[in-house]
Design a protein around this ligand. Structure first.
Ligand code: 2RA
Length: 329
């Protein structure tokens, strides 16, 4: 199979290459695609050096599959051009997520909505993926009335330059500032840009993508997204009000039997999810499961996942694996 990875030299793009190799995805010909400044460079895949190509060169090669992680504007412009040659696109940017005809997929939750005619498939935002990996099974069993979520998002979500700013600050050195404030030893209530409603795009992604994936347009959701100087993954504090009565044991059972979810919840032995434990893993880790005694039929959860893996690259490759299994590529 001919597979293009668009954005192959970025943090997520490199992780996509690692996962295609780790999971033995049947890549006969790899087409790593990069920006003008990356074209001609080399990337390693299955112990072989591949030259980074331009978008034009990759389109000409007519790949079966193109996995994009190269920003929304490039996806908007180039994904349809790949599709025109018969390529199926899995896009990690926000460009297509809310398009009415574009499926927004977390394979463990809603892969069944996919059809062979879907030629652009959107990967949800990392913070949405990990939240719904925990909440979708609960919603299925008990029904969700309302979600209040606060996220503590790894600086890796902003990109390499922000990580470099944090590391330079940690060394006491000056660095190119991605944020107008120090990142290290700080928390920034600012992920992506601010909107007219004083929420950030990141916060509204959690609301709108959740409503689309759960097919629950009226579900009440509110979010606060915070950037923290952590590299292992995103953490989320979630308060969720349910339609039906529940027990904590019942919630643990539902989560414990959910694909891709690991319950880490034993505070007596100080076992709870942390980015340090989630880093470079594909599962979503849930702990601090406890009833919210201030609200009828509500509970609190703490959810952690590697935002570069399950939050982006792994989910995208799992979508490709699903399409392959259906023989739709
Ligand atoms: C972030 N989810 O963490 C966004 C995009 N990676 O900034």
């Amino acid at each position: 199979m001919k597979v293009a990875v668009v954005g192959a030299t970025g943090m997520v793009g490199r992780k996509i290459l690692t996962l295609l190799e780790e999971r033995n995805f049947p890549v006969e010909e790899l087409l790593p695609v990069g920006s003008k400044s990356s074209v001609g460079k080399q990337v390693l895949f299955k112990d072989k050096e591949y030259v980074v190509l331009s978008v034009e060169e990759a389109i000409e090669a007519e790949p079966n599959l193109a996995i994009f992680s190269a920003g929304g504007s490039l996806s908007l412009k180039e994904a349809p051009r790949f599709v025109a040659t018969g390529t199926t696109v899995v896009d990690n940017s926000s460009a297509w997520r809310m398009h009415v005809t574009t499926p927004l997929i977390i394979p463990e939750i809603n892969a069944k909505v996919l059809k062979p005619t879907d030629k652009i498939i959107a990967n949800p935002n990392c913070s949405t993926i990990q939240m719904l990996m925990a909440l979708a099974p609960i919603h299925k069993e008990y029904g969700i009335k309302r979600i209040i979520v606060s996220t503590y998002q790894s600086i890796t979500g902003t990109g390499v330059k922000a990580v470099e700013q944090m590391e330079a600050e940690r060394r006491g050195e000056d660095a190119e500032k991605v944020y107008p404030y120090e990142i290290d030893k700080n928390c920034l209530p600012h992920c992506d840009v601010f909107l007219e409603n004083d929420y950030t795009k990141e916060e509204m992604k959690l609301v709108e993508e959740t409503q689309k994936i759960l097919d629950a347009p009226e579900m009440r959701i509110t979010a606060t997204a915070v950037r923290v100087p952590v590299v292992g993954g995103h953490s989320e504090s979630i308060n969720v009000e349910l339609e039906k009565a529940f027990t904590i044991e019942g919630i643990r059972e539902v989560l414990g039997s959910a694909d891709g979810v690991v319950v880490q919840d034993d505070v007596a032995n100080l076992l709870y999810p942390m980015p340090l434990l989630a880093h470079d893993k594909d599962e979503v880790f849930v702990g601090r499961i406890r009833r919210d005694t201030s609200c009828h039929q509500a509970l609190n959860l703490w959810v952690v996942a590697d935002n570069i893996r399950k939050g982006a690259a792994t989910n995208a490759v799992q979508i490709a694996e699903y399409l392959l299994k259906k023989d739709w590529l």
